[in-house]
Design a protein around this ligand. Structure first.
Ligand code: UGA
Length: 443
C-alpha cells in the first residue's frame, strides 16, 4: 500500500517507519528542509529507542522516502496521514493552523481519490474542518474529486512508541465509509496482534476517545498525587496505600505512581484543550481543572521540600539534579517537572548542577549558557560541591545508589526524591535527610 505522512515529528516518524517496516511504501513530508535532508541520511532528530535503526533499515530497503515536495507527496499515497503538531494556543485550545495547512496542500495537489487520516491529536470537529478546507481548495481549482476524511488517533508513549505501534491496546478508526474501513484494515493488516483490536466508530467519537484516554490517565496521576499530599499530612505512606488500592482489579496498579507531576507534550496540552472545549460549550469541567491544578501544585513540591530543608534560604546553594527529561528513555523536556524546579531555584539564587543520560543537549538548547547551570557528563559528577540532590526522573541508572558515598559527597546531606525510588529507612540509616513524595514523616 502507498502511504503519505505529513509531519516528520515524533508521531509522523514512528508511524512512517513502522508502516514501512511491515512492507508498505511510505513517503514522509515535512516543511523543514534541514530535517528532511538529515533524515534522508538516516539521521533522526529525536531520541526514541529503536527508531533510528528502523528508519535506516527501511531507507536502505527503499520502502521509506523523505521529501519536501508537496505535489510529489500528495500524489504518492492513497492514505494521507496528517501527523503535524497541534500546539496549545494561548487560551489552551489546540492550534489547528498546521493541520489545516496540510488540508489545503492536499486539496491543491490531489489528482485522484484520497483518504485523509487525522493522526494528530485534534479537537472534536476537526475532521469536518479538514473536509471543508479540502472541498474549498478543490472548488477554487475547479476540480471535482472524491475524498474521505477519517480519524485515527495515536496512543503511543514516548520511549516505547515502536512497541506501542505494533502491539497497542487498540487501533481506533473514526469513519462511516466502508471504503475507508477496508483501506484502514489493509493498512494495519500486517500487524497480526492488532487484528482483533481495530475499533471502528463515528468520527467525532474517535476524536473524543483520544482526549478522554489522556484525560483519564492524567486524572489517575493527579488523584494519586492528591492522596500523596494527604498522606504527608496524616503521617501515612503513599507507597503502602498504592499497593493497598492497586490490588483491587477495578483500580489496578497501572498509572497510580505518585511523583513530581506529569509532563510531556501530551497530558498537559490535552487536559487544557479538553477543558477549553468544555468551557466553550458553557460547561466548566471542575474535574479537569482540578486535575491541572493538582499537577501544577505537584510540580512545585520539589522546590518546596528543598526550601523547607534549607530554612527557606537557597541563596548561593548548589543543587545537584538527576533527570531533566519529563520521563525516562526520552530527551523530551516539554513541561518537565525539572524545569519548574530549576526556574524556581534560579529565582531563589541557587545554582543547578544537572545530569541526564539523554536530555543535556535539549537543556542547553532551552536555557543556553548560564552561570547558574552546569550540565555534567556523569551522574556522580553532578554531586561535586553540591549541597543537596534532587531526583526528577526515574532513569534506571539512578536506582542503585551507595548512600554512604552520597552522604559524604553532599555538603548538607539532603536527598529530595521526586519519584519515590528508595526505601526511606535505608536512606535515613545512612544519615541522609530524605524527602520523598507522600511518605509520612519524611515531609
Ligand atoms: C501519553 C499517553 O500515555 C499515551 O497513551 C498517549 O498516546 C500520549 O501521551 C500522547 O497523547 O501522544 P507520554 O506523554 O509519552 O504518553 O508519557 P507517559 O508515559 O504516559 O507519561 C506521562 C507523564 O505522566 C510523565 O511525566 C510520567 O512521569 C507521569 N506519570 C505516569 C506519573 O507521574 N505516574 C504514573 O503512574 C504514570
Amino acid at each position: 500500500m502507498r502511504i503519505t505522512i505529513f509531519g516528520s515529528g515524533y508521531v509522523g516518524l514512528v508511524t512512517g517507519a513502522c508502516l514501512a517496516d511491515v512492507g508498505h511504501d511510505v513517503t514522509c513530508i515535512d516543511i523543514d528542509a534541514d530535517k528532511i535532508s538529515h533524515l534522508k541520511d538516516g539521521k533522526v532528530p529525536i531520541h526514541e529507542p529503536g527508531l533510528e535503526t528502523l528508519i535506516r533499515h527501511n531507507l536502505e530497503e527503499g520502502r521509506l522516502h523523505f521529501t519536501t515536495d508537496a505535489a510529489e507527496a500528495v500524489n504518492f499515497g492513497l492514505l494521507q496521514f496528517i501527523a503535524v503538531g497541534t500546539p496549545p494556543d494561548e487560551d489552551g485550545s489546540a492550534d489547528l493552523q498546521h493541520v489545516l495547512k496540510v488540508a489545503r496542500t492536499i486539496g491543491m495537489h490531489m489528482q485522484d481519490y484520497k483518504i485523509i487520516v487525522d493522526k494528530s491529536t485534534v479537537p472534536v470537529g476537526t475532521a469536518d474542518q479538514v473536509r471543508a478546507t479540502i472541498a474549498e481548495t478543490l472548488s477554487e481549482r475547479g476540480a471535482e474529486l472524491a475524498f474521505d476524511v477519517c480519524s485515527n488517533p495515536e496512543f503511543l508513549k514516548e520511549g516505547a512508541a515502536i512497541e506501542d505501534f505494533s502491539k497497542g491496546a487498540r487501533v481506533v478508526v473514526g469513519t462511516d465509509s466502508e471504503r475507508v474501513k477496508r483501506a484502514m484494515r489493509e493498512c494495519y493488516a500486517p500487524y497480526s496482534r492488532l487484528q482483533d483490536k481495530l475499533i471502528f466508530m463515528d468520527v467525532r467519537s474517535a476524536e473524543l476517545t483520544k482526549y478522554a484516554a489522556n484525560a483519564m490517565l492524567a486524572t489517575k496521576i493527579s488523584f494519586i498525587n492528591e492522596i500523596a499530599h494527604l498522606a504527608e499530612h496524616v503521617g501515612a505512606d503513599i507507597e503502602q496505600v498504592r499497593h493497598g488500592i492497586g490490588s483491587d482489579p477495578r483500580i489496578g496498579y497501572h498509572f497510580i505512581y505518585p511523583g513530581c507531576g506529569y509532563g510531556g507534550s501530551c497530558f498537559p496540552k490535552d487536559v487544557k484543550a479538553l477543558s477549553h472545549t468544555a468551557r466553550g460549550l458553557g460547561h466548566e469541567s471542575a474535574l479537569l481543572e482540578a486535575v491541572e491544578a493538582v499537577n501544577h501544585r505537584q510540580k512545585g513540591q520539589l522546590f518546596n521540600k528543598l526550601a523547607q530543608a534549607f530554612d527557606h534560604d537557597l541563596q548561593g546553594k548548589t543543587i545537584a539534579l538527576w533527570g531533566l527529561a519529563f520521563k525516562p528513555n526520552t530527551d523530551d523536556m516539554r513541561e518537565a517537572p525539572s524545569r519548574t524546579l530549576m526556574e524556581s531555584l534560579w529565582d531563589a539564587g541557587a545554582k543547578v548542577q544537572a545530569y541526564d543520560p539523554e536530555a543535556s543537549d535539549e537543556c542547553r538548547r532551552l536555557y543556553g549558557q548560564r552561570g547558574d547551570l552546569t550540565l555534567t557528563r556523569h551522574r556522580d559528577e553532578a554531586l561535586e560541591g553540591a549541597d543537596a540532590l534532587v531526583i526528577c526522573t526515574e532513569w534506571k541508572a539512578f536506582r542503585a545508589v551507595d548512600f554512604d558515598v552520597l552522604r559524604d559527597a553532599l555538603a548538607s546531606p539532603v536527598l529530595v526524591d521526586g519519584r519515590n525510588l528508595f526505601d526511606p529507612d535505608t536512606v535515613k540509616a545512612a544519615g541522609l535527610r530524605y524527602y520523598a513524595m507522600g511518605r509520612g514523616d519524611s515531609v
